[in-house]
Design a protein around this ligand. Structure first.
Ligand code: ZN
Length: 318
């Protein structure tokens, strides 16, 4: 009995996880699916405060991951994708009130071309006094539909303008629409970012890949408390790794560190959820399905630990 409690304690300690969240628009009721109302934002910030969560800068989490430190399970990182004016006009004041740091991922082309809903270079510079500015592409493309050459063109153009106007190099990158595959990831990594963020629900633990960090979206009607319950599953995906144009997925093979687990769950978009028996923590099963949408998700779980693979159709690899 004693060893059971010791094991439980060790598990809690070993599996200490942080959570990265992503926001888009603030107090902008025209776009309910990407908006966070100010009432909701205050509720979330108050929840963090009252439940002893520590909101840390993304750079602090990345430094801890690189140093292979144990990641405290009360760490929360707040990121914002797309430099919408609504952050400057509505969201920023609340971040300042709570003294919460943030990382904003800049869609460079929108500011450069002065799109109405987006912040100006000067407004971005003002935000840089309170948070970190990072890179989110030049033209916000669906990168898996681009050739290697065109993806690189987007990075080259966007990074040059980012550095020219903001007089700093970004350290981190987040994919437009959270869409990527191994081909896009390799190109993004070649630009020397210290970390890359996706938009898959999940958590961050000491074993997490700094070039594939999960973020849960706090937009629309989000459920913060259930997001905070998820932990990161230490998983090595063998198959599938990406989605071809025909959308066929025949087999699933993922090794996890949960070698004592006998039961796991698989969720596939358009297919729903099912349980499967695990052999020493290995997920291996026939799928034999065709995913018809441009993007789908496969999520595997062991208890509350999850690992997600976003499957986006690649227009280049046949
Ligand atoms: Zn975006």
């Amino acid at each position: 009995m004693k060893s059971f409690w010791l094991l439980l304690f060790l598990c809690t300690w070993i599996w200490a996880d942080a959570h990265i969240f992503v926001y888009h628009r603030f107090g902008d009721s025209r776009y309910p699916s990407t908006n966070t109302t100010l009432e909701e934002l205050r509720k979330e910030f108050t929840y963090f405060k009252e439940h002893q969560y520590t909101v840390v800068p993304l750079s602090k989490l990345i430094a801890a991951l690189k140093a292979k430190e144990t990641i405290p399970d009360n760490w929360v990182v707040l990121t914002i994708d797309d430099n919408y004016k609504s952050f400057y006009q509505n969201g920023l004041a609340l971040f300042q009130e709570f003294k919460y740091p943030f990382s904003m991922f800049v869609y460079v082309g929108a500011t450069e071309q002065k799109y109405g809903d987006f912040m100006s270079w000067n407004e971005l510079k003002e935000c840089a006094k309170y948070g970190e500015l990072e890179f989110h592409s030049m033209h916000h493309p669906h990168m898996t539909t681009f050739t290697d050459e065109n993806i690189k063109k987007d990075f080259d153009e966007g990074l040059a303008l980012f550095e020219k106007h903001l007089e700093q190099k970004p350290h981190f990158f987040s994919y437009p629409f959270g869409e990527f595959n191994p081909r896009v990831k390799a190109i993004a990594q070649s630009y020397g970012f210290e970390a890359i963020l996706n938009q898959n629900m999940g958590a961050v633990a000491s074993f997490s890949d700094v070039f594939d960090l999960d973020r849960s979206a706090l937009v629309g009607k989000s459920d913060l408390q259930s997001f905070l319950k998820y932990k990161a599953l230490n998983a090595t995906w063998i198959e599938p790794l990406f989605l071809k144009k025909d959308g066929k997925v025949s087999h699933l093979h993922v090794k996890t560190a949960e070698t004592q687990a006998h039961k796991g769950g698989i969720y596939i978009s358009e297919n729903g959820y099912r349980e499967i028996a695990l052999n020493e923590g290995v997920f291996e099963t026939d799928i034999n399905t065709t995913l018809t949408k441009e993007r789908s998700r496969i999520l595997i779980s062991v208890g509350t630990k999850i690992s997600t693979k976003l499957m986006v159709k690649d227009n280049v690899i046949q």
